[in-house]
Ligand binder design. Structure first.
Ligand code: PLP
Length: 370
């Protein structure tokens, strides 16, 4: 007998996506040129409240071109949280700068502004705050520190489409903001990303960079080394359909997050991510941390047996061989959240009943463990 499965982070694509993809195919524009690319960029920019957005093939590329645009390079240091997906740090190494890993705050799970300030040196050029799992960072304090020390801020908003901080979309507060449309993110283009910012000149230049640094007014003329990071018309067609359904997705994520909090509220020793004042999370993922030691691998196995997949919180990047040589500080909270945190099913394909089932099975396991 097949059990109904709960989805961890599966994408939600349907008829609208099919229709837009068919339009792209029928038009003959399937590659890096075509009307959907411009439409997707314009609609995205309008949605998050900036004048211009530039699409890429991934969030990683968006971060890479953002660092390149801001002139970050050899000899520079860039402060990042240790607790994030590895793609926050890799682009810093691509531009030959050095990531400096600092700890996160134990309540929000986001980069701790005090740790940023403590690690600024003469070489520090930028900070890359990550709105972890869709929870906005303490951007007022981060921007204050950045201004005081003349640092650039690139927001890694790859997990936080739809989240707000002081009524502004995450990704629109720093110098540049980067989004991801990978299959498991809030919306997907199959694979893709976006760079946004409030300085139109800078965004124009990024558009030029991702197009092989081509000066189109002079044909195939390339005054700078660029990148081939252009989104295809097929991907943009998918993205535009997803963007039309974004409110539906965000509503579900909000409801799921609130329901998890409610269902597990009676359980001692379970904590959720806390929002800063003025922040509203989009809850790409709802995650919990167990205050008391829990055998996570066993819990995961038991849940999976009930058709409920889960995922551990990311391993601190400092654990990976290529990153052992870089500067790091005391990362107690990062390690703590990694060791005791768990990401719960958050796909918008799920129903509220799936969330209740997940919460019930967690409670059952904890009770048995006592
Ligand atoms: C997904 C993600 C990225 C990279 O996005 P891709 O589109 O997969 O390249 C970067 N940083 C964080 C925190 C992410 O979760």
């Amino acid at each position: 007998m097949s059990k109904k499965t709960v989805f961890l982070d599966a994408p939600n694509v349907g008829n609208l996506e099919k229709r837009y993809l068919a339009m792209a195919v029928d038009s003959g524009f399937v590659s890096t040129f075509g009307p959907f690319v411009q439409k997707f960029e314009e609609t995205f920019a309008r949605y998050i409240g900036v004048t211009k957005a530039v699409s890429t093939q991934s969030g990683t590329e968006a971060l890479h071109v953002a660092l390149h645009e801001l002139g970050i390079g050899e000899g520079d240091e860039v402060i990042v949280p240790a607790l994030t997906f590895v793609a926050t740090a890799n682009p810093i190494v691509y531009v030959k700068a050095a990531p400096v890993f600092v700890d996160v705050d134990k309540d929000s799970w986001n980069i701790d502004p005090r740790e940023i300030e403590r690690h600024i040196t003469r070489r520090t050029k930028a900070v890359v705050p990550v709105h972890f799992y869709g929870n906005p960072c303490d951007m007022d304090r981060i921007m204050g520190i950045a201004r005081k020390h003349g640092l650039a801020v690139i927001e890694d908003a790859t997990e936080s489409l739809g989240a707000f901080y002081n009524k502004k979309h995450t990704g629109t507060i720093g110098d540049l903001g980067c989004f991801s449309f990978n299959g498991n993110k809030v919306i997907t283009t199959g694979g893709g990303g976006m760079v946004v910012g409030t300085d139109p000149k800078r965004l124009e230049h990024i558009k030029f960079l991702v197009n092989q640094g081509r000066d189109e007014t002079r044909g195939y003329y390339h005054p700078e080394i660029g990148f081939n990071y252009r989104m295809t018309n097929l991907e943009a067609a998918l993205g535009l359909a997803q963007l039309k359904r974004l409110n539906e997705f965000l509503n579900k994520k909000q409801v799921f997050n609130a329901l998890y909090r409610e269902e597990l509220s009676g359980v001692r020793d379970i904590r959720f991510q806390k929002e800063y004042r003025g922040a509203r999370g989009s809850w790409w993922f709802t995650c919990v941390v167990f205050e008391r030691p829990v055998d996570l691998p066993t819990l995961q196995k038991v849940l999976l047996g009930k058709g409920v997949p889960t995922r551990r919180v990311f391993t601190p990047i400092t654990e990976f061989p290529p990153y052992k040589k870089f500067k790091k500080s005391d990362l107690a909270h990062s390690y703590d959240l990694y060791e005791r945190g768990l990401c719960l099913p958050s796909s918008t394909l799920n129903s509220e009943q799936d969330v209740r089932t997940t919460a019930r099975e967690i409670k059952r396991f904890l009770k048995r463990g006592l």
